[in-house]
Design a protein around this ligand. Structure first.
Ligand code: ATP
Ligand code: MG
Length: 384
């Protein structure tokens, strides 16, 4: 069953029970643009309890906001009761949510006109805010006054830029001005929410455009850790692959990498990648070594940092490695160390790495004879 079929079956069920129900939001926008649909949102006049009563398999995922996730087979469909948002106090979530019986009111609470389209089960579009015209014109326009809407929820500024990045659309003048006026409010947002939008922004096909607008409108300057990135050329900045790269690049402007990373909800493995790559960059480690010692992901990230900071203009070509770990050397570590006459310790580590590098970089063949000859010529062994 396709997403669309699953969604249509939910609309039919709600209508058969006497409720209004429409597809809404990003899904309608993407369907009208002929883009692939990745999730289905439904808006309905039915109250959450009625939705729960109509479907056997459903989860009250956001019942406080009127959202129930209906499972059609394994396909999750988000069904939300028509609502109007109350006051925004903490710049995060509306203070209160009130349900309404009017589809139009529900559409008016939405952020942008292109996200405020509803579509019935036959594909008929309900568009009181003229979102289709903006879709055709490639324009991101706030529903109502942009300044007011961004003041209510500053995340919308980042969402606007995420949609620029995804769709390649322009921001209308109202949005551009309102980002300049209210960008400072993004400092109040939970870092998790900001991070999620940055991830989406860096994933978009038009990220160069979005990053350019973000810098131009001064929005980047409101994130202390990321602010210095505005000094880089936008074209160069957009060679960064993802949001993690943004943090990695920003780490070179920061005094202490640890304190810097502490402010953001990065996973352990993400922090590790940043710290490792940061270290390799400062050491000037060869990409081949990094690929061997830490894997392709770190090597590719290191290469991107070199491009961004003007230290490389070559393409990164992953290499076929002669050995993929120390165990694949033609001699065991203990045999190499006794041949060199050194005991375990820093010098031993250094020697083993020198052998690994000689084999990896194909200075010598991976054979006992060549390794022994190589060890004989190393001064590290003479030191102990
Ligand atoms: P995507 O394709 O990235 O999922 P989307 O438009 O579906 O984009 P969602 O975050 O899934 O974005 O939100 C679904 C819909 O809910 C939006 O299209 C919009 O109508 C509404 N919406 C979401 N976040 C906000 C917000 N902060 N303010 C107002 N409306 C919002
Ligand atoms: Mg969505």
């Amino acid at each position: 069953m396709t997403l669309m079929e699953a969604g249509t079956s939910v609309l039919q069920r709600l209508e058969a029970a006497g409720f209004e129900a429409f597809f809404v939001g990003g899904m309608v926008r993407d369907a009208l643009l002929g883009r692939e649909i990745h999730d289905v949102d439904i808006t309905t006049s039915a109250m959450p309890v009625s939705v729960m009563g109509l479907f056997d398999n459903c989860v009250p995922t956001g019942i406080g906001h009127g959202t129930v996730t209906v499972l059609v087979g394994k396909v999750p469909i988000e069904v939300t009761t028509y609502r109007m948002d109350g006051e925004y106090r903490d710049f995060r979530r509306p203070e209160s949510v009130s349900f309404t019986t009017s589809l139009e009111e529900d559409l008016r609470r939405r952020d942008f006109t292109i996200n405020a389209l509803a579509m019935d089960k036959n594909g008929q579009v309900f568009d009181p805010l003229m979102g289709s015209a903006d879709l055709r014109g490639g324009l991101i326009r706030a529903v109502g006054n942009a300044g007011q809407r961004f003041f209510e929820d500053p995340l919308r500024m980042l969402r606007a830029l995420r949609f620029v990045s995804k769709l390649g659309f322009e921001l209308d003048n109202g949005c551009q001005q309102a980002i300049k006026d209210y960008g400072y409010l993004t400092a109040n947002l939970a870092r998790e929410r900001v991070m999620k939008e940055l991830e989406g922004l860096m994933d978009g096909k038009f990220k160069e455009k979005a990053l350019g607008l973000m810098i131009q409108a001064g929005l980047l300057a409101h994130f202390p850790d990321l602010k210095p990135l505005a000094r880089l050329d936008t074209k160069v900045l957009s060679t960064l692959k993802n949001s993690l790269d943004l943090f990695l690049a920003a780490s070179f402007f920061s005094g202490g990498i640890k304190e810097y990373m502490a402010g953001w909800p990065l996973s352990k493995s993400q922090k590790r990648l940043i710290a490792k790559t940061h270290g390799y960059f400062l050491d000037g480690a060869p990409l081949l070594w990094v690929q061997y010692a830490d894997g392709m992901e770190t090597a590719a990230a290191l290469w991107r940092m070199r491009v961004v900071f003007g230290k490389s203009d070559e393409a990164f070509i992953p290499q076929q490695l002669v050995i993929s770990n120390r165990g694949e050397l033609a001699m065991t570590a203990s045999n190499m160390l006794s041949a060199a006459g050194i005991s375990p310790g820093p010098n031993a580590k250094k020697l083993l790495e020198q052998v690994e590098w000689a084999v990896l970089s194909q200075k010598i063949k991976n054979s006992p004879a060549e390794i022994l000859a190589f060890i004989g010529g190393q001064d590290v062994s003479a030191k102990t």
